[in-house]
Each structure stands twice: as C-alpha cells, then as structure tokens.
Design a protein around this ligand. Sequence first.
Ligand SMILES: Cc1cc2nc3c(=O)[nH]c(=O)nc-3n(C[C@H](O)[C@H](O)[C@H](O)COP(=O)(O)OP(=O)(O)OC[C@H]3O[C@@H](n4cnc5c(N)ncnc54)[C@H](O)[C@@H]3O)c2cc1C
Length: 575
Amino acid sequence: MLEHDVIIVGGGLAGCRAALEIKKINPSLNVGLVAKTHPIRSHSVAAQGGIAATLKNVDPEDSWEAHAFDTVKGSDYLADQDAVEILTKEAPDVIIDLEHMGVLFSRLPDGHIAQRAFGGHSHKRTCYAADKTGHAILHELVSNLRRYGVQIYDEWYVMRLILEEDEAKGVVMFHILDGHLEVVRAKVVMFATGGYGRVFNTTSNDFASTGDGLAMCAMAGLPLEDMEFVQFHPTGLYPVGVLISEAVRGEGAYLRNSEGDRFMANYAPNQMELAPRDITSRAITLEIRAGRGIHPDGSAGGPFVHLDLRHMGEEKIMSRVPFCWEEAHRLVGVDAVHEPMPVRPTAHYSMGGIPVNTDGQVRRSGDRLVEGFFAAGECACVSVHGANRLGSNSLLECIVYGRRTGRSIAEYVQTRKMPTFDAQFYITEAEKRIQGLLNQNGTMRIGALRSAFQDCMTEHCGVFRTESVMAQGLEAIQELQAQYPQVYLDDKGTHWNTELIEALELGHLMVVGEMILTSALHRKESRGAHSREDYPQRHDGEFLKHTLSYYSAAGIDLEYMPVVVNRFEPKERKY
Ligand SMILES: Cc1cc2nc3c(=O)[nH]c(=O)nc-3n(C[C@H](O)[C@H](O)[C@H](O)COP(=O)(O)OP(=O)(O)OC[C@H]3O[C@@H](n4cnc5c(N)ncnc54)[C@H](O)[C@@H]3O)c2cc1C
C-alpha cells in the first residue's frame, strides 16, 4: 500500500495549482498527484481564449464588482455570490502570481499583460497567451511540480474513492502500463478530475473527459450538484466538434446565417456575437431549425452557420488566434483568412459537479461536510458559474480555487491522523471488477454501446429540452445501462489495455448521464444553459435553488439547497 499525506487525483490546472500551494506552505508534506494521462496532456492544456481578471491594463474603469456582477448575471443568478466574490477579488493576484512563476502572457506594446473582450463580460479583462492560454499555464505549473517535489503518478487510472463513515481515506488505482493495482492511503484526498464532455456525441473535450471523479463520488453515495447545467459552446467546428475559441468573436468575428445576416441582432442586439454562451448557442440552434443553417455545398437548410473572420485581416488573425486558424485549416480545409468557418454548438463544460464549500471541502449534504475530502476545478461545484459559465472564468476558477483549496488542505492535514482500513478488501474488489470485465462473454462492442449512449444523451438532453423527450431518454439510458454487462473486450492483456480503461470509463459516463438527465427532468423552468421548451420562463419562486442528486442502483434521489444571494438581487437577464 502506498501512503501520502495528500493524494490529488488530476493533473490539470486545478490539481497542479493545489499541489504547488500545499508544498509552498509546508515543504515537508508528502504530496502525490495522479493522472490517467501525463499531467501535461490534461484537458486544461487545450484551453484557448484566456483567463479573466480585473488587472485594468486595457480598461481602467473595470472593477472586481463589475466582474462579480457579470458572472452572477451570466449564471442566471444561480451562482453562490460569496464564492463569486472570492473568485473575482482574488483574480488579479493569481494572475500576477502565475506571471511570477513564468507564464508567458501576451503583452501590450507598453509591456503590461494584454486583455481582450469575452462573451458576457462588460469590460476587456481576459488575459491570454495568443489562443494557447491553457498550454502556457499548464506547462509552467507542471514544471514547478517537479521543482517542489510533488510525486507524480502519470498514466495511473483511479477507479475508486475509499470512503468509510463519511470520511475519505484513499483511492484505488490501476497502472495502465502493466495493469497492477495499488491502494493509496492518505490523510487528505483531493479530486481535480475535470469534466465529462464525452457524455455527448459532439464535444470540444478530449477523450479523457469522462467524468470519472463525478461518477466515483456518486457511486460512493455522495451527492452531485446542479448536474442539469451543461454548457454547449456556440462555435464547435463542423462536423468534428472541436472548439473554435470565443476569443475569435472577442477579436471581432461575425456569426452569419445562410442569408448572410448577422442574426445575433435578433437575439442580443447590444452584445451581438459577445452575448453569453447559452444565449448564442440557442440562437444558432434556432437559426438552423428555421432553415437558415448552411450545407457544405453552400445551400440553405444545412446543419451549421458561418463564423466569419475575413474582415479582421490576415495580420490580426495570425497574431491573435493562430491556433483557431490552424484547426480549421487542418481539420476541415478552411482558410479563415479567405473563407468563413462552419460552426455549430458543441458540448463544452460542466457547470455542476462535486459540491464543495469555499475552502474546497466536499459536502455530504446541504449542511454536512465529508472529512478528509476536497475538490476543485471543473469537477467541483462551488458554485461560481451557476446555470451558465462565462468564458475565461473557468481557468480562473481552477487557479483561484486550486490555490485556496491547497491552502485549506495544508492547514487541515496537520490535525489529521493517517486513516486505517482493510486495503486487501479494496484490492480484491477492484480485481473482481477488472476480471469481470475481461471475462464477460457478451457480444456488444464498447464503441457501439458508447456511441448509442452519446447519441441518446445528445438527442434527449441537448441545447433544448422537454419533459417527454427527456423521460424517453431516461428509459433509453436505463436500457443501455442494462447492456453494459454485455460488452466484450478483445484485449485480455495486462499491458496498456486501453480497451479495459474505455470499459471502466463507459461505466462512469453512464452514471453521469443518468444524473444529468434526472436533474434536468425535475427542473421545470428555463435558467441559463438549461432551456425547457415546455417551461420557457425562469421561475425564481420555486427553482432559485441548487439541485443535489444522489445515485443508487435503485434510482436517483434529489434534494435541493439554497443559493447564496448577498449582493445582487435576481433580475431579468437582457443583453
Ligand atoms: C477546448 C477547450 C478550450 C477551453 N478554453 C478555455 C478558456 O480559454 N478559458 C477558460 O476559462 N476555460 C476554458 N476551457 C475550460 C477549461 O479549460 C477547463 O474547465 C479546465 O481547464 C479544467 O481544468 P481541471 O484542472 O479541472 O481539469 P482537467 O484539465 O480536465 O484535468 C483533469 C485531470 O484529471 C485526471 N483524471 C480524470 N479522471 C481520472 C482518473 N479516473 N484517474 C486518474 N486521473 C484522472 C486527468 O488525467 C487530468 O489530469 C476550455 C475547455 C476546452 C475543452
């Protein structure tokens, strides 16, 4: 059995930032960090457009209060305002801190960090490194991990959270290289396992974004918060779904329909292309539904709209958003200097997740905490994004709450003893699960079941939702889950058995999908990214509250928790 004072699962921005903070505060603590990929391949590396903070380098009128208001309004008033205050107040400091660590931000001619416009933000406050911001930050954090002596377990798959009597005691993990299992015992466990974009058939997320951390919490009996709020990013490149950053619109690109119109004038006349993502994704979906989408041959009635950069000119395109130009060129053969890009909404971000307080400690329920368990980043729900996240606020959340959670862990761990439990029990259970999958005699291919599941989620719980469609979706998912014991693995080996990992991930995806659908079915209102055609209005009287969903094999139970409203009273949202 391995032992650490702190074991962090996840090597993206949130996990790395927390690990560094713990080691900076107390170098004698023994910190381990596990990732199923190499940490540098975490999805954070793909973040493009930037990270918000009121540095006031471009816009001296900006303030943390304005950032907080934009965030709360963007969240459709579901964000917890105490958590948003921390996020926006600490933002300038964490950026300077990253800069001192060596992150190469893009600069203004006078040498200050450059800042650009982003959807839903009232001022130019998004700091960036061209359109490779995640890459710039993650590389710096990971090289600092080594400097501070964090032990890295890369390409280990964590398959279970060890939770006994509401106390986290460790994890069970599987070495992808050679298939051996280890139990890790730790005074504190932290999850920073990222999102679940792969629940849907079209997503901007990487293949590893399978919601493992969420599923492991749910299967251990812990609640997940606000799972109905899934962000669909307006500009996924058609047909592949990879992201064309909002920075492209931040730098001035237009959205046009088959008639060549900038249709956002009909949906958000003031903010136009820089309206928040939920509004823009709905607008694109409605244009396509109304027959004003475009076909690959240029005719009307097709499945995408155009993102037009041509008026921006080659110099600006190539210096501010070179990676987006390259993606469109490489993946669909479009040269955005001369032709518009084909785009449509793509599943992008998880507003919900593991409920935590503002110190990053995981909640057992509305008013109880779990001992020894913390979470931060996209897998957590603190909740700063409420029903809809603003672009460039997620990297910020990872860094602000990664650092904060690291600080609270460094303090908390001092009073903790190393927990005791029967490690062999967990090894035996994990061996059984793996052998069970390897020996299954079914006929179903993993890829086929996964595609059927992803299609089902996309069709029944996408940008627009209704009761009957979601209820059918839930039944269909339960049927697909029943087929899981029928999956067949070709690879029975122990070394680099990626098929086995895919089988474990599929099990997790299906748990997460069922929780999204169930939470969505019971929120009978439209708020932020959750848009019900049968309940088109927001209904604060009944639904200004967070959903907590509890998983069990018998079905999912829901509870609700109040929203912290201490600064901005809910109002109608107009852009
Ligand atoms: C294409 C794209 C562009 C984006 N651009 C921006 C942007 O410009 N600005 C912005 O604010 N936000 C952006 N976002 C969102 C933002 O990048 C993410 O929300 C954020 O980076 C998530 O970081 P994280 O640390 O929570 O998790 P991730 O970076 O996703 O890392 C998760 C980690 O957990 C590990 N892990 C997961 N499950 C297991 C397991 N079972 N066992 C072991 N390890 C496990 C993974 O290996 C990985 O190391 C973008 C997202 C995408 C997809």
